[in-house]
Design a protein around this ligand. Sequence first.
Ligand SMILES: [Zn+2]
Length: 605
Amino acid sequence: MRENLQTVDWDLSRLYTAPSDPAIDTDLQAAQEAVREFRERYRGKLMDEAFSAAELHQAVAALEDLQERVLKTYWYAQLLFSADTETDTHKALLQRIREFFTALRHEILFFDLEVIAIPEDRFEKLLADPLLSEYRHYLQHVRVFKPHTLSEKEEQLINLKDLTGKNAFVQLFEELTASFRYRLDLEGEVRDYTGEELLAMLHRPEADIRERAFSAFLERHGEHALVLSSVFNNILLDHGGECRLRGYGHPIAATHLTNELTHEAIEGMMQVSEENYGLAQEYFRLKAQLLGLPELKNSDIYAPVVSESRVVAFPAAKAVVLRAYRAFSPQLGEIAERFFAESRIDASVRPGKTGGAFCAGMTPSLPPYVLTNYTGTLRDVATLAHELGHGIHFTLSGKQRLVNYHAVLPMAETASVFGEMLLTTLLLSEENEPRVRMAILCAKIEDIIATTFRQNVLTRFELKAHDARAKALLTPEAFCNLWWEENARLFGDAVTMIPPYRWGWSYISHFVHSRFYCYSYVFGELLVLSLFQQYRQEPEAFVPRYLALLSAGGSDSPPNLLARMGIDVNDRDFWQQGYDLVRDLLEQLTSLINDEHGAGHGGTQ
Ligand SMILES: [Zn+2]
């Protein structure tokens, strides 16, 4: 299998031939020249009464052109670096282009500010021109921040002070937690582990190893409670203060605006999630039964139900993933197939290669690339389906302009998670071994629980922490209590939280990096589950509608895009549909367990 894997490397030569390719410099110089021209031509001009729709169209198109050029160099450097992080020329190229990009952003920042500053009546007239139809959504979205944008001087001041304020705390959090090493005695061998290695041990079959690894991880964070709670307090206080300064009614409001979603829609989604916590508890009880444990601790949630001995060779993984996509739509199968045929996938495990997996959707004119670290587990097969889903999404939205190319965050995981559902369905239909079927179902349900219920808990915690910090400084104990309460609502009496889990809040980097990121996971997963229900109900009608949704990229807001599929994000029934599918999966699992139980007792029920 190794030999097989080593051949699955991507070919980046359609971007540039090598890091030393003179075309990189040519593109960067041309971009620099284009920026200079752009500034000369448009700075201060949007305020002009005579500035026409045709000129605005030209300006946005010019902006796209110069960004396309830089993005191509940026992604080439990023892909080179991901495939081999240890080569100095890769690091140097990436760093150089990042700095170039930052400088370029600075140079073109004026454009958004001027778009925002156009008086409302004139802006309406400009937008009414059919010439601007393809940029309408983009321009409107830039303008929604108008009431919350400060003067140029104030914005510059905030940026400057963020460097030693908020950003410094993010940096401190990153450096501190990345420095953690954990000494563990596993089966007589004492050595140091990284946090990532410890969390991976939650998938080990031995209960005591799972608990010791998770405890060690959490306790180390607890030892640094002073620094970590200080980081959290400051991030919360900073955000609260900035929200007031910018006139946001609530700390979550800016995130909703970016995601083009309303508070009502998200609050409805979260309440439906909470009404369905019982489904998670039901699953946890089944899991305890499957593992033969009298009580399920939260370190047991990801324990394997079968000892995974099966290794799926890469060609077999490729075949099954393509089969899953083809069965849904030959067109999607063909798009996925091209990633392999055109060497746009890097699956081999190599020293120095970046961990995890991603799909790079660069610009509409460049084909997307996929990176995974394929080792042959069932999780790896699912990851392959996931990343190819992103690849399909980027390929279909490739007909959009650059400003409409990327779907907004809550919609960005639609095709990837949907692809995983297609794979799960195919695997279940082809698998006869009951224990393996159970393992497939458990993996899917655990995945859904992690992206819906758990992320909902995280979001509630974050909301409460913001509200509490607005009143007073939070002690480490206060953070622990908030965290414990929200998790207890989810787990009920089905799961026993291990005592060090009180520190669970302190390692969630989303809380530190970006406000209210986690609800997008809930949105994305439930959206896919509901779409999948639609697909099962009327497959023929569904496929073209779904392809149209993906092709639309980020050309409209999620509520508008989904309205075209007959979905109303304010309708609680829509979210409930997603959880109905979870109920369905739970029933399948229960009947498998009952069958096994029956068979184990001489076939009697
Ligand atoms: Zn993804």
